[in-house]
Design a protein around this ligand. Structure first.
Ligand SMILES: Cc1cc2nc3c(=O)[nH]c(=O)nc-3n(C[C@H](O)[C@H](O)[C@H](O)COP(=O)(O)OP(=O)(O)OC[C@H]3O[C@@H](n4cnc5c(N)ncnc54)[C@H](O)[C@@H]3O)c2cc1C
Length: 601
């Protein structure tokens, strides 16, 4: 039987700043409850920290510059529910979001730490003894995994039993302490043991984060089954933006001003190469990282705790380089070939992640190196070509001289390289990932999430699950609930199964239908923009073009019901102002031309 959710008496016009996962999710949720949205995205693409870089359009020639894997834990249900919700639509094949297994660890993964080569499959089984790490005798035979679980297992158990009580307890008792302090002063671990566990299971200085942050990060990794998205994680924001409706998104629009109006609405100012737009909405969601929000100077001043939170919530840099080689040599090398998973080293590259897509295939393949925190920031001052040289130098230490079992030739990563693309997620561009310092869950989190008049806040940093897509979705859901009252998250009709098994017909999206008629027969009145888009008709806006070329309506475009479609869909961005990620492509000798080239995105 079909339950229809009635259209709300008042359909709100909501401006959303940021087209990342939090912003897109909030937009879809609002639309399914009959509200209209316009997303302002500063760059020329949606997805934010979900960003697949495609070296070529050939199969599996990509790397994930941002999010790459999804653990099947209870806490990640937001993401899987969203994906099954997307399955309710008859999306065309290049927008379908299909899960494939992600291999977290695999036989043949390596460990190269302290100059010792060891088996990195199940890296948590490494003991200090096995890699000559000098620790007091009673610790020599203990594995990194056991040590870590002894430290945090009790906290994780409490969270699993009852998340709310467990988390409150964790914050009340331990938030003011760094994880390192807890290990030294409470568990009395010697520094050498702490350094061993940190080096092998995480990244340099990660134990400087708060106890709750470390517990949450490890809890999410303590999951057996993982997935990734076939053909790249960008499929997810791409499908979402299609459903939001292309005409409801303005790209290249960096928001620089937010004002409360006298009649209780909110005006957003966005700029780009093509001009400036001022648009007034009933309500606004700011789904951008705090470093980006902080730099919007022209906005209301909120409470002291809120302003301190915006200034201080801690983010850490992340660094990834995708390297495309002529062969998937890591799958063919003797004796330690591998399919998927990751190797660990104390060399600057820290982790080598092997692709879970295209395993066993012939032809070129892409692997990536991945560093967090201090291990990431040390890459940033280097020139792109230096970064490439360093990555290759480290990979050569891991593989050069070993034999490719198929060609019987020696592996030389320099010769095999076709090209690189590296992604710098740094606080310079207002990203990285939220990783809270001591005291920040207790003193910053609630203040930062609190709505202010008609302004609401979202982003992974405002959820319990930092560094995950699920956290961004959870925050988008909370912002929408704060705005319109409690609503359910987006869920598929069935939790599992293929679209063909859904009990209702799968609606075809018909762009000619007006939105009011475009209802899914299982319920929500759908204002999804891909059908009957009318681009927020009641929104008052002014567009001030930089160039006469863009002049229409005597130099100002003002919305009304007849000319609503003129709402600019791209302000052109501003190449001088980097938002999000800096991506640099370098062609290697294997690219064909023999010249090594650099292209900056
Ligand atoms: C390297 C890396 C690896 C990761 N790995 C995983 C993983 O394996 N699994 C997982 O689940 N998660 C992973 N994550 C985390 C996940 O990607 C993020 O938690 C999530 O995507 C954050 O979404 P968001 O909407 O909160 O923020 P964002 O994605 O940062 O979105 C914010 C958007 O706002 C835009 N913006 C910023 N300022 C302005 C402005 N002034 N005006 C207009 N627009 C603006 C930005 O361009 C961006 O599109 C990873 C992240 C990174 C960086």
């Amino acid at each position: 039987m079909t339950t229809r959710i009635p259209l709300p008496r008042i359909s709100l016009n909501v401006g959303i700043v940021g087209g990342g996962m939090a912003g897109l999710y909030a937009a879809l949720l609002l639309q399914t409850h009959g509200h209209r949205v316009r997303i302002f995205e500063g760059t020329d693409r949606v997805g934010g920290r979900v960003h697949t870089h495609y070296f070529t359009q050939e199969k599996d020639q990509f790397f994930e510059a941002g999010a790459m894997r999804l653990p099947h834990s209870d806490f990640q249900q937001y993401t899987f529910d969203l994906i099954s919700w997307l399955h309710s639509f008859d999306l065309q094949s290049d927008r379908k979001v299909e899960l494939i297994p992600y291999v977290l660890t695999s036989p043949g993964n390596r460990l190269y730490v302290n100059g010792v080569r060891s088996n990195g499959y199940q890296v948590s089984s490494i003991t200090p003894q096995s890699i000559n790490w000098d620790v007091p005798d009673e610790y020599k035979g203990q594995t990194a995994g056991d040590l870590l679980m002894k430290a945090i297992g009790g906290f994780i158990k409490k969270l699993e039993d009852n998340f709310e009580i467990g988390f409150e307890d964790l914050v009340k008792n331990w938030d003011n302490f760094s994880f390192r302090f807890y290990l030294v002063d409470v568990l009395r671990w010697p520094t050498s043991v702490i350094d061993f566990v940190e080096t092998v299971t995480s990244q340099t200085n990660q134990f400087a984060l708060s106890v709750p942050e470390m517990v949450m990060q490890n809890m999410d990794f303590d999951t057996k089954t993982w997935s990734t998205i076939k053909h790249g994680m960008s499929r997810l924001p791409s499908a979402m933006s299609y459903l939001v409706g292309y005409k409801n998104i303005t790209y290249g629009a960096r928001v620089t001003g937010i004002k409360n109006t006298d009649v209780g609405k909110v005006t957003i100012t966005a700029i780009g190469y093509n001009g400036r737009i001022d648009a007034t909405f009933d309500k606004v969601i700011l789904a951008i990282p705090p470093a980006a929000l902080k730099m919007i100077a022209d906005r209301p001043r909120w409470s002291i705790p809120k302003e301190v939170a915006i200034r201080s919530m801690h983010f850490e840099a992340l660094y990834k380089m995708g390297l495309r080689f002529k062969t998937r040599f890591w799958e063919r090398v003797a004796p330690k070939s591998t399919r998927g998973g990751q190797s660990t080293t104390d060399l600057p590259i820290r982790w080598i992640v092997y692709p879970s897509n295209g395993m066993g295939e012939d032809g070129p393949g892409v692997l990536l190196v991945y560093a967090w925190m201090t291990d990431a920031t040390t890459w940033l001052p280097l020139m792109p070509t230096e970064r490439r040289s360093l990555a290759l130098f480290c990979l050569a230490q891991m593989y050069n001289g070993e034999v490719d079992t198929r060609t019987k030739t020696k592996i030389d990563v320099y010769d095999l390289l076709i090209g690189t693309s590296d992604a710098v997620w740094s606080t310079k561009t207002a990203t990285g990932d939220a990783m809270f310092l001591p005291g920040q869950f207790a003193s910053r989190f609630e203040a930062a999430r609190q709505p202010e008049d008609n302004i609401y806040f979202a982003g992974e940093h405002l959820s319990y699950h930092h560094t995950w897509i699920a956290g961004a979705l959870e925050s988008g859901h909370k912002a929408v609930c704060d705005m319109i009252g409690k609503v359910s998250p987006l869920k598929g009709l069935l939790r599992t199964g293929h679209p063909e098994q859904y009990p209702h017909h799968i609606p075809k999206l018909d762009p000619t239908l007006p939105p009011e008629e475009a209802e899914l027969d299982y319920g929500a009145p759908l204002l999804l923009g891909s059908r009957g888009d009318e681009a927020t008709p009641d929104v008052e806006y002014q567009f001030s073009p930089h160039e006469p070329l863009f002049k229409f309506n005597d130099g100002w475009a003002k919305s009304d019901h007849d000319s609503a479609a003129k709402f600019p869909l791209d302000l052109g961005g501003d190449p001088r102002h980097a938002i999000g990620v800096e991506i640099t492509h370098l062609a290697g000798p294997g690219a064909g031309s023999g010249r090594w080239q650099a292209i900056r995105e």
